[in-house]
Design a protein around this ligand. Sequence first.
Ligand SMILES: [Zn+2]
Length: 322
Amino acid sequence: MGDKTVHSESYQAKLCFHITNSGRLMLNLYLEFSNYRMRRIWPIILFIFFASCGRNTGPGEKIITVSIAPFKYFVDAISGGEYEVNVIVPAGSDPHVYEPFPDQISRLRKSIGYICNGYLGFEMTWLDRFDAVNPTMKKLSLKDNIVPIIPDQGTNRSHLEGADPHYWVSPKCAMIMAKSVRDFLSGLNPAQAEKYNRNNAALTEKIGQLDSLARELFSTTRKKIFMIYHPNLAYIARDYGLEEIPVEYEGKEPPPSRMKELIDKAMADSIKTIFIQKEYDRRNARAIAGEVGAQLVTIDPLSEDWMKSTTGIIDDLYTSLK
Ligand SMILES: [Zn+2]
């Protein structure tokens, strides 16, 4: 095992060679580019590298790759921890523009299944390349059984992906997702279908309780409108009769005219809370909050602990609407 670091004017490349337990040689190529242009071309270098390697999945290795951390929660709960889950976009990163690291691609190459969102920005760029790296893995797009929210053309399109990708935050959608994951796992390993069925039933019961709680809470709130920096809660809004006002405009920082509109809207609707996600810049949300005397509340919809994060979001939303 050794480390060798190569320096050049435009980039640094770190090559790490690991001897695995089974004695196989695994090459992890880790490139740290010091300029943006090089960062743009490393996917091509990696693609050539991994496409030229043979498969080397060892016996007993069972990996499922998922696009975002909350999907891991569903795989873990339904499989009972049977799989190692390779998360492409870790909590704290932006799934609209994320670029995977080499070790993630390496585990993707050894995966037997891939679970994608279907609408996320980074998937538009990467899913075809993932396919080329691992053409035999089975795929599940969780969007397939979800009724999408498609923003009207010409209105504030905060996502350029066609449909709003954040369905996983709504308990109502999560019950559908759980069923899709159960069916997918049963297809990968029919011998364990009964176990997946049982685990899914237990999970769905817990999600169902959260769904009932959300329905009950949001039907009683005086206010129905909330403001959020990045529109992460559109499906919760749709599924529980609320209205989401995003601060972002067309996926970018709002121009001054939009900021003024938002401040007026927050005043008119007595908005006292502005939600923001860990991944986003707080300046604009803080400016509006300052103008209208609202507080900023950070939510974490990309957390790996879906239940805790979603319960927290519902609780915070309810508190802001009371
Ligand atoms: Zn988003």
